[in-house]
Design a protein around this ligand. Sequence first.
Ligand code: SF4
Length: 473
Amino acid sequence: MLAEIRSLNEECGIFGIWGHANATQLTYYGLHALQHRGQEGAGIVSTDKNYLKALKGEGMVSEVFTPEKIDAIAGTGAIGHVRYATAGGSGIENVQPLLFNSTTGSLAISHNGNLVNANSLKSHLERQGSIFQTTSDTEVLAHLIKRSGYATFEEQAKNALSLLKGAFACLILKEEAMYVALDPNGLRPLSLGKLGDAWVVASETCAFDIIGAEFVRSVEPGEFLVITDEGLRAERFAYPQERSICTMEYVYFSRPDSDIDGINVHAARKRLGKQLAKEIQIDADVVTGVPDSSISAAIGFSEESGIPYELGLIKNRYVGRTFIQPSQDLREQGVKMKLSPVRQVVKGKRVIMVDDSIVRGTTSRRIVKLLKEAGATEVHVVISSPPIKSPCFYGIDISTSGELIAANNTIEEMREIIGADSLTFLSVDGMVQNIGRTDPGSSCGHCLGCFTGEYPTHIYPDTVLPHEKEKVK
Ligand code: SF4
């Protein structure tokens, strides 16, 4: 059962481009920029207006693609995907984009996010005769499109999208068009850009920078964009609901050089660090951040507190992110491999160690130990987000409360477990106010589900493990 729930959780990146002679190569570069969002598989489907051609494999972008392979699927429109999946959902058959062929034409889908009604939709479709070839939620969308009774593809796609609940940023490629859709709450980020006459779409704006594309705007919740050689047409498949973008995109997931809805991620993290320093007083000699995602918050903390920032930890760049390793054993090993303390910086010092979040506690415990073994006299852990107490149902690998240290321990117990001299978290209000969103008609513009247990969408019974039910408000 655990494996089943875990398989629903994935964090991915998507990229698409329409109307460029080098669409496939540019998609490769775009996926490189999004590599931090998923390292277990990558794929590109391109079109030359006649056929859809797919290339995908397990592993990093640089492992899956070669110049020769990219040339073999050259096209003027392409969509791509980088994938992270837990054990239950691994395997080449789940690597996206998923490509479907039929007598009425082909279609490919890249999807970032997680549907909360995938299981009930699957059961319904199976009763009608559908047979699923993958364990990916994304296949549900293809079956819904093909079973829709509407006359045109656009109507079929819009009808199918309106039946999905949860988080989905989707790209659909056909021979003659690229389609873009974002769930009605806008749970996952999705940006629209231009490169000359070509339209570009990506999970993060850092993918635009790498190919020299200009940001145009964010894709709106409930929006359905139709991009053809005639240009872009903006339609809707659903009315927008209260905007609820994933807070963890700002706190941890996105690259610091990306902007989400006009807010630079580095600047937001710096403000979170400053706010932390306003919320607590600690006597210490040096502030350091856990690389890479906590460096911005550590700089902010240092600026506000007046305690000097130092490079106390070095990251081995050739090891993947601990948070997205597939098993507990590998996570333990991963921490040892990826970080080293800078002895000259921490020896004999009272160190404030800024980190962006604590999920299972394994990483924090190991880093505190590393710093103390390197001679730090005190290690004060400050976290630039509130305690994560509840699972995520929208595509982030925070799978069950049982794995979350904050769901099962007081802050003092957590401090003891990780071996720190003190442990402090940012307040929910401090986080929301300092990310800096100003969404009209919205209470805060964020999903706060994993922090507060209050989710922006209905959570369907088949999404929740029995022992999790009482924790989901
Ligand atoms: S529950 Fe947490 S991780 Fe999941 S979408 Fe909401 S804020 Fe993001």
